[in-house]
Design a protein around this ligand. Structure first.
Ligand SMILES: [Zn+2]
Length: 373
């Protein structure tokens, strides 16, 4: 059995309507959508290919979506605004001029130099309707921030499979999220990835609480380590990694030198030489970057970690968190991935920092007398 959303298939459903159907029926529904999409594609191509001599707006409709009523309304209002602005232009123009375009300095022009053209226009919209429109526009700008208010998870959710945004939908009191590719582009390019708001909120809150808990215990461990007489700062893992990368770099450098001789000896062509050389150069650049990062990390580790490390403090601030707010998400979370089965993974900020702190704790809590320093 498969669950399908009737709203996806029938335009007259204004809210989500999930029903369970057999796999065969679901396949028929999908085939239908596929056929419809193929038809639309053929239509656009056909119109783009063959209708260039038509003058009935057919190309226009093939390339653009029909505007929604909301768009039409906005367009009309913008037109009114522009119309009014043009209508209310003063008769005298050019009262200020830009003195220098480099520094954007503006100066007033003496009155006798103004460009004055009397009776340039008649007021087509009378004053009363002008003010009505103004009032309407004002009310709209006041109400707009509310309707465009950012929701709790706006900008944080990503589809784990296609990487695009997961967007919010509301039907009645139910708020849920689904992949924007699936919702807006193509039902075949991605699947629904839907999750209910309540479930998402609870899961993210839990993840943050766990992370806060971790930060608190890290801080305690670091405090204990720092008060001990001997601190260790040598990471064998880092040392090994640096040695390996240095060896790889040396090898690549050797290869790069030897191919020149191969070319001169006629064992490879000039073209091959060039390609290989570019390849080795790319590899050695990549290795140098990694080495630089690892060496910096090792130097940082030698300085130790403070129990008031900014990454720890950022989380510890929320020790008794029992609800989410946008501010908390902005401070702690980079993004949240939503998987098809409704699972989520939270990518926290400071992830790199926390990993380094974990390393510091690790090397100071494993017993290895040889690395005391
Ligand atoms: Zn997706």
């Amino acid at each position: 059995m498969t669950t399908i959303n009737l709203k996806d298939f029938y335009s007259w459903y204004l809210t989500d309507e999930y029903i369970e159907v057999s796999d065969e029926v679901a396949a028929v529904f999908l085939a239908d959508v596929r056929y419809e999409m193929a038809y639309q594609r053929r239509l656009s191509r056909h119109k783009a290919q063959y209708s260039l001599d038509c003058d009935d707006g057919i190309e226009y409709s093939a390339c653009l979506h029909e505007p929604t009523p909301q768009e039409l309304l906005e367009r009309m209002e913008r037109f009114c605004l522009l119309w009014n602005a043009l209508n209310s232009l003063p008769e005298a123009q050019g009262r200020r001029r830009v003195k220098s375009y480099k520094v954007h300095e503006i100066e007033a022009v003496p009155e006798d130099e103004w460009v004055t053209v009397p009776d340039t226009h008649e007021a087509i919209i009378d004053k009363e309707s002008f003010e009505k429109v103004q009032a309407l526009l004002k009310r709209d700008t006041r109400s707009a921030p509310k309707s465009r208010e950012l929701h709790l998870f706006s900008g944080f959710l990503r589809c784990a499979d296609c990487g695009k945004a997961i967007t919010r939908s509301q039907s009645g009191k139910n708020v849920y999220y689904a992949c924007s590719t699936y919702k807006n582009r193509s039902r075949l390019a991605c699947s629904m990835h839907s999750i209910k708001h309540n479930r998402l909120e609870a899961a993210v809150l839990f993840a943050i609480q766990q992370q806060v808990h971790l930060a608190v215990s890290y801080s305690e461990l670091v405090a204990r380590i720092n008060s001990a007489p001997i601190k260790k700062s040598q990471s064998f893992r880092l040392d090994d990694l640096i040695t390996t990368k240095e060896r790889e770099l040396a090898k690549v450098t050797r290869y790069k030198q030897s191919i020149y001789q191969d070319w001169k000896d006629g064992e490879i062509t000039q073209q091959e030489y060039r390609t290989m050389k570019a390849d080795y150069e790319q590899q050695s650049q990549r290795l140098s970057d990694i080495l630089e990062r690892l060496t910096a990390e090792r130097a940082e580790l030698a300085n130790g970690v403070d129990q008031e490390h900014p990454a720890l403090v950022a989380f510890m601030k929320f020790e008794n968190i029992d609800g989410l707010s946008r501010e908390i998400l902005i401070e702690l979370i980079d993004h949240i991935k939503v998987y098809e089965n409704g699972n989520i993974s939270v990518r926290f900020k400071f992830a790199d920092e926390l990993r380094k702190i974990a390393e510091y704790i690790e090397i100071n809590t494993t017993t290895d007398p040889a690395v005391a320093g």
